[in-house]
Design a protein around this ligand. Structure first.
Ligand code: F6P
Length: 375
């Protein structure tokens, strides 16, 4: 018998329901089936770089399946430029030292797109890593669904349901801002499930005139209220052109100074679009004469107990991750494809955002039942 494998695990990026189910799924399978030792780094990449960890024994892994957030804590740090004393620092050498100091055989990073990039950087530096895909945004390439999405979808749908009755009673336009800066999966899914009249997502630039026309038509047919589901990152046609130009500038910058300036410009363009839900509300009030209100669903969408789907997915992907470690197979995202856990090379996932295709069946179905997209 060889020595027991010792594995480090962490959760990084925005928290999402199902993280603890995945920690538990991985930990129980790794300890129980494969007789490994597990340690959990605190607060994501930061704890990994600062070597802060706790042992994940059977007590630590018990009773967490239904608990929201992450028992390990999280942060949004980047391995190659973590802020230390106010300066960005490359922590990959320190992380590699910590990995060796703790006599680890593998590192499992649970997180979204940013975490896939971090994990891929560590893989390139020679560490044996796996990535488990979580995010309420559902925007990770090559995985059908990431855990967290299903719970957030339920919460946002419930909110849209509730907004309907107040919109109806007051003859108002109510705009629900739903998380998703780059991908509109959550706004699209909850908008369809909650019967929103109009859904605005980053993938389909909107025009206020088109939205106002739909609302006026509804009013003419006796429905003097409307509910709009808008993703955080939805933009009108002009704003989309501005952002596309800023992105193109970053891509074409041919030296570090030009790149830094272009990135700063892009960030300021993005910041100027941050209040789009409020801009839509005031423009529509003016154009339609109907009172308009904004409800930002915010962090409520990420909080609380995971639903059954996310518990299942966290358990499936977590336990499959333990099997990969047992076989010594590293450098993968453990993706969910057609109900199965499938290892996908990290280099195919990192930096590869899964946005909503404009010909996606959900969009076709929504259009089919009369939902507008403001285009
Ligand atoms: O983790 C994804 C996400 O919830 C996005 O939907 C949202 O735009 C973002 O995180 C919010 O970021 P933060 O937690 O840093 O405020």
């Amino acid at each position: 018998m060889g020595a027991k494998k010792r594995v480090g695990i962490l959760t990084a990026g925005g928290d999402s329901p199902g993280l603890n189910a995945a920690i538990r799924g991985f930990g129980k399978a790794a300890r129980g089936t494969h007789d490994m030792e597990i340690i959990g780094f605190r607060d994501g990449i930061r704890g990994l770089a600062e070597n802060r960890w706790q042992t994940l024994d059977s007590d630590a892994l018990s009773g967490i399946l239904t608990v929201g957030g992450t028992i390990l804590g999280t942060s949004r740090d980047k391995v190659h430029k973590m802020m230390v004393d106010g300066e960005p620092r490359d922590m990959i050498p320190t992380i590699t030292e910590n990995f060796e100091k703790n006599k680890l055989d593998a590192l499992v990073c649970i997180g979204g797109g940013g975490t896939a990039k971090n994990a891929n950087r560590l893989r390139q530096a020679g560490l044996p890593v796996l990535h488990l895909p979580k995010t309420i945004d559902n925007d990770i390439a090559h995985t059908d669904t990431s855990f967290g999405f299903s719970t957030a979808l339920g919460i946002a749908t419930d909110a849209i349901d509730r907004l309907h009755s107040t919109a109806h009673s007051h003859h108002r336009v109510i705009i629900a801002e739903i998380m998703g800066h780059k991908a509109g999966w959550l706004a699209l899914g909850s908008g369809i499930a909650g019967g929103a009249d109009i859904i605005l997502i980053p993938e389909i630039p909107y025009s206020i005139d088109s939205i106002a026309d739909s609302i006026k038509k509804r009013a003419e047919s006796g429905r003097s209220f409307s509910v709009i589901a808008i993703a955080e990152g939805a933009r009108d046609v002009e704003d989309t052109k501005d952002l596309d130009a800023a992105v193109a500038l970053v891509k074409s910058a041919d030296n570090a100074t030009a790149k830094a300036a272009a990135k700063q410009h892009k960030a300021s363009v993005e910041a100027s679009h941050r209040d789009n839900a409020f801009k839509v509300a005031s423009s529509l009030e003016e154009a339609t004469g109907l009172e308009s209100r904004v409800t930002i669903l915010g962090y409520v969408q990420r909080g609380g107990t995971p639903d059954a789907n996310d518990r299942l997915l966290g358990t499936l992907l977590g336990s499959a991750g333990a099997d990969l470690v047992a076989r010594g197979e590293y450098g993968f995202t453990v993706a969910s494809q057609a109900g199965e856990a499938v290892p996908v090379p990290l280099e195919d996932v990192a930096g590869n955002l899964k946005t909503v295709p404009v010909d996606h069946p959900w969009i076709a179905a929504a259009r089919h039942v009369g939902t507008g997209f403001g285009d």
